[in-house]
Design a protein around this ligand. Sequence first.
Ligand SMILES: [Zn+2]
Length: 161
Amino acid sequence: MNKFEIRETKGKGKGAFAVCDIKAGEKITEFTGDVVDRKTIHERILNGEERIDDPLQIGDDEFMDIDNEAYFFNHSCEPNAGIRGIADLVAIKDIKTGDEITFDYSTTVGTNINNWQMQCLCGTPNCRKIIANVSSIPSVQIEKYRKANGLQDYILKQLDR
Ligand SMILES: [Zn+2]
């Protein structure tokens, strides 16, 4: 059963909302799509086939051109979900029916990507305003994500290097 549905948010375009209660640690969905290297994804962005904020990094030099509804999850600086393993979206806290499901985009941008940033409109008290790669996340926040098992394998490797 699908645990979320896509609908309009207030002011952030489309977003994904829980259609059932989801417990912390539970898998919500997984990202799928073509996996290509950095050079190829860069070419797709230059050709206008892909927007710069859209690919999901899944390895030092591996990017997923997302082709499923997981594309619609918005960023938050205080998210209730994270990405685990390669590309599984999991709850990092209990989520109630009707809550918007978000993850921290910075957790999926490796330390080797230095040319990406995005203005954040999440409006949470700890909003970072401008978000960039994983090393731009305050260490207390990273530790929260780590404890909740909400960091991808390649990010954990990069952080422990
Ligand atoms: Zn924010």
